[in-house]
Design a protein around this ligand. Structure first.
Ligand code: X8Z
Ligand code: ZN
Length: 613
């Protein structure tokens, strides 16, 4: 996992953005003060980029291994080694960014400019230029990661539960009080993260300011081949397209939950209690499909049960996902993937269980790290992770600067795009189900997918809405939790099931906050994957309705996908987008078209209901 260049899903501490920075160096005064800057040429840029490339490769190998070991074996010692490697890496990243900025006014080729910009924009948690502060920042990152990874809750009955255990109960229990205990229990891990998060935000903000940004949020938003403000507007525009569909889904789900738990527990004119949606963070709701399943339109199978029936263990699940990619023409995963990955939760040590995909050497040493549970949901996550790995391998021949996705949403969208092709026809094809449900069951299929995908979209947006405001100072530490719940209510229409303590730090209970992983990427991915799916289905010659289309076995689709993947980040993302979709702009129309039959159905069901929150 090359953190500087965001090579994988989890470029945890480092990576990100700047373009309007270093304006100071453009002023006449500065030019006089630093004559060396004026003397620089395109040839100097070449030398700088060539030398830096070598350093990046070497630093990448060290940091990736240190991080891999730490996340697979969380101890005091590995935490120190990880923090040391991170510090070294971040300091180098800041140095490269400063050096690259010296070429701001030098005439260089388009390719050199793109590489220089990549260097200026490559840190997620930039450190201030002060060794004591960069050391402190690196330690905070390691500590926060470790706290999340080691997190557990001991129940009132005295049983110690991991996040995985609690996630299972959240998915399957329909007991209001049991769900509440899990929900509150997991949130006991995060209050102690708050002071560390506050300090981390201060330091990384200072680092971003040192690189010329207003704050860290602006730096994160500057990484999309467009001005930071335009990017924020772009997200609002896309959300505006999807919101009416989300509102219809929310209305229907709330009324079904009212029937399940009683309207005293789920008032029909208020946000939905956050613990009843089948997921610890209420971020995707597919696990409560059984509660809201449309009468007479249920496809009649459950992937979790089918996996058990056909004796799928963790490895067989991963092999199944790999098989989809090879059916498209991609090479099989290397032998080392199987020997070096982590597939199951070890009994004897703490690991970071949150799924991730790694590229250790930018050659062939790709791996996943995941505590796989044998469920349909996790089968999707495996496809998601392998999407990262196949992307990493596709762009490995690019120069190190471009060994990344076109924008970070692309990296998150590829495996999900493939998982959209895990349709009944495909499941029958691989022998997981016996019969393909007929078209009268489409509403059930679409409902399940909407619970997973449409429900996610506002969550995908709000996590960074919260962080951007934290970094800009608009949300202060006293208001962290209330502001978090205001956003949860505004975008998702959900509310905490109980009053939250004054010391609660609920954002910290979501991996990406202590992990320092930007989140807008997942929002983007949830729009992009439907556009990619549509384009690939067309290329594969599909004639089924789009939600029944599977590109399984289509070499044409695989070739088209690979053309986009192997570009890495060598072009502005709009160009990569165009290669597959024909368009340079993201658009949620493909999402709306996909779910159009469901939306019609929801509107009818919601007639006479009190909607809104
Ligand atoms: O974190 C992930 C992946 C790893 S990049 C498992 N996802 C987000 C989450 O779990 O919150 C995938 C969907 C959203
Ligand atoms: Zn991912």
């Amino acid at each position: 996992m090359n953190k500087l260049l965001q090579r994988s899903s989890l470029a945890i501490l480092v990576s990100a953005a700047l373009s309007a920075c270093m304006q100071d160096t453009n002023t006449t005064t500065k030019k006089v003060e630093t004559p060396a800057v004026q003397a620089l040429s395109a040839k100097d840029a070449d030398t700088f980029l060539t030398n830096t490339e070598k350093e990046l490769v070497e630093l990448g190998l060290v940091i990736n291994r240190a991080e891999w070991i730490y996340s697979n074996f969380i101890t005091e010692d590995t935490a120190i080694l990880s923090a040391k490697a991170t510090q070294k890496y971040t300091e180098a990243g800041v140095r490269f960014a400063m050096e690259a900025a010296k070429f701001d006014n030098v005439e260089v080729s388009a390719d050199q400019r793109r590489k220089l910009n990549t260097l200026k924009q490559s840190l997620v948690m930039p450190a201030p230029q002060d060794p004591a502060k960069s050391e402190e920042l690196a330690k905070l990152g390691s500590q926060l990661n470790g706290m999340y990874g080691k997190g557990s809750y001991t129940t009132k009955a005295g049983k110690k539960l991991s996040l995985g255990d609690m996630t299972s109960t959240m998915a399957t229990s329909r007991n209001y009080d049991e769900l509440l205990e899990m929900w509150e229990g997991w949130r006991t891990v995060s209050p102690e993260m708050k002071p560390l998060f506050i300090r981390q935000s201060e330091l990384a903000n200072e680092g971003a300011q040192g690189l010329g940004y207003k704050d860290l949020g602006t730096m994160w938003r500057s990484n999309y081949d467009m001005p930071a403000d335009d990017f924020a507007k772009e997200l609002d525009r896309l959300w505006g397209q999807v919101k009416p569909l989300y509102d219809d889904l929310h209305c229907y789900v709330r009324s079904e939950l009212g029937e399940e738990y009683g309207e005293d527990k789920v008032p029909q004119d208020k946000p939905i209690p956050a613990h009843l949606l089948g997921n610890m963070w209420a971020q995707s709701w597919g696990n409560i499909y059984d509660v809201v399943a449309p009468e007479n339109a249920d496809p009649g199978y459950d992937v979790t049960k089918q996996l058990a029936k056909h004796n799928y263990d963790e490895i067989k699940m991963v092999k199944g996902a790999e098989n989809f990619f090879t059916s498209l023409g991609f090479d099989a995963l290397p032998e080392t993937f199987w020997t070096r990955s982590l597939f199951t939760k070890p009994e004897d040590r703490d690991v970071v269980c949150h799924a991730s995909a790694w590229d250790l050497d930018a050659k062939d040493d790709i791996r996943i790290k995941m505590c796989i549970q044998k469920t349909g949901e996790e089968f999707n996550v495996i496809h998601h992770e392998l999407g990262h790995n196949f992307y990493q391998r596709a762009y490995k021949n690019q120069p190190v600067y471009y060994q990344n996705s076109a924008n970070d949403g692309f990296h998150e969208a590829i495996g999900d795009t493939i998982a959209l092709s895990v349709t009944p026809k495909y499941l029958k094809n691989i022998g997981l189900i016996d019969t393909i449900p007929d078209e009268s069951k489409d509403i059930g299929l679409l409902m399940k997918m909407a619970l997973d995908k449409i429900a996610f979209i506002p969550f995908g947006l709000l996590v960074d809405q919260w962080r951007w405001k934290v970094y800009s100072g608009e949300i202060t530490p006293e208001n962290y939790n209330t502001a978090w719940w205001e956003l949860r209510e505004k975008y998702q229409g959900i509310a905490p099931p109980v009053n939250r303590d004054a010391n609660a730090f609920d954002p910290g209970a979501k991996y990406h906050v202590p992990g320092g992983v930007p989140y807008s990427r997942y929002f983007l991915a949830h729009i992009q994957q439907f556009e990619f799916h549509k384009a690939l289905c067309e290329i594969s010659g599909n004639t089924d309705p789009i939600h029944r289309c599977s590109i399984y076995n289509s070499k044409e689709a695989g070739t088209a996908l690979n053309t986009m993947l192997e570009m890495g980040s060598s072009q502005p993302w709009q160009q990569a987008y165009k290669v597959l979709t024909g368009s340079e702009q993201m658009d949620a129309t493909a999402v709306l078209d996909y779910f159009s039959p469901l939306q019609t159905w929801l509107k009818e069901k919601n007639q006479g209901k009190q909607c809104g929150f």
